[in-house]
Design a protein around this ligand. Structure first.
Ligand code: NAD
Length: 298
């Protein structure tokens, strides 16, 4: 299948490589040269710009930071024309970015008017899941459009959930990430408390992992440096899932909560914790660096 892949960052890069390795004809593009070079090293063809990337594509996959990027890419803004007029009727667009559900619905409507199917398919599983091809997809789509996307999603992920119509994948994703932000902050707090009392962070993490406090951060993404070799915490919090991206997701959750008058006290607290952490200059570090806000300075 002829696929255009736009956005080759921490997540999009390995996802594009997995589609290429599965034998698809992938043309890829990112505004960042280093991001393009990483993917090209695995044999993926890099296009000169977004317009040439989508030329002749049957499917377009996007993996961009936030709502304004996705809206500008497909609908255009003051600085750039959108891609939708360049796509043939019948093209399938799979947006894997985490963005506002309202933006997904807006782009999907404009796409539909041109005979193009647009679905939201945000992911969970981190960069490890993107590399291993074991991501979880939360899809908002008409059932028939999801069935068209499924064979490609299966090359990048292990779990594919149909959350509902367009936008529903994004709603599921922000519920999940609100919980993740809370869990990472709480896990950091618990380990820091133990260490302040002289406990070994590795031993304490293992105790909690196998006890009632067990959670994904303790299983796969420990925030304390040196506890898990592969976790961003053991690599100076480089790569992974940026603090500013988590802050964006917690903001989306709060906007959504206000719109439906939901009470999300811990989600609100978590958003403020990550906002302070970002203001302290840690926005580009992996979100597990939220540990700094509770770690005793030595
Ligand atoms: P990233 O910042 O590493 O990558 C985003 C890439 O998009 C960058 O390389 C940037 O240059 C590129 N880009 C921005 N605008 C562009 C444009 N107009 N054309 C082409 N390229 C453009 O981010 P990421 O960690 O890969 O995350 C991408 C999305 O996935 C975000 O919405 C994030 O919230 C979500 N997500 C991330 C993780 C994670 O663990 N990193 C996990 C699940 C979901």
């Amino acid at each position: 299948m002829k696929i255009a892949f736009i956005g080759l960052g921490n997540m999009g890069g390995p996802m594009a490589i997995n589609l290429h390795k599965a034998g698809h004809d992938v043309s890829a593009f990112d505004l960042s040269k280093p991001a393009c070079e990483k993917v090209a090293a695995d044999g993926v063809r890099i296009a000169a710009d977004a317009a040439s990337c989508v030329s002749g594509a049957e499917v377009v996959v996007s993996m961009l930071p936030a709502s304004p990027h996705v809206e500008a890419l497909f609908l255009g803004n003051g600085q750039q024309p959108g891609l939708l007029p360049l796509l043939a009727a019948g093209t399938l667009v799979i947006d894997c970015s985490t963005i506002a559900a309202a933006t997904s619905r807006k782009v999907a409507e404009a796409a539909k008017a041109r005979g193009i199917a647009f679905i939201d398919a945000p992911v969970s599983g981190g960069t490890g899941g993107a590399i291993a091809g074991t991501l979880t997809f939360m899809v908002g789509a008409e059932a028939a459009d999801l069935e068209r996307a499924r064979p490609l999603l299966e090359k990048m992920g292990a779990n594919i959930f149909h959350a509902g119509s367009v936008g529903a994948g994004q709603t599921a994703k922000i519920c999940n990430n609100m919980l993740l932000g809370i869990l990472m902050a709480g896990t950091s707090e618990a380990i820091a408390l133990g260490v302040a009392n002289g406990l070994d962070p590795k031993v304490l993490s293992e105790i909690m992992r196998r006890s009632s406090g067990g959670n994904w951060a303790l299983e796969k993404y420990n925030p304390w440096p040196g506890v898990m070799e592969a976790a961003p915490a053991s690599k100076q919090y480089a790569g992974g899932f940026g603090t500013d991206l988590m802050l964006k997701d917690l903001g989306l959750a709060q906007e959504n909560a206000m719109a439906v008058k939901a009470s999300t006290p811990l989600g609100g607290l978590a958003r403020n914790l990550y906002a302070s952490h970002s203001l302290a200059g840690h926005g580009a570090l992996d979100f597990s660096s939220i540990l700094f806000s509770v770690q005793k300075k030595s």
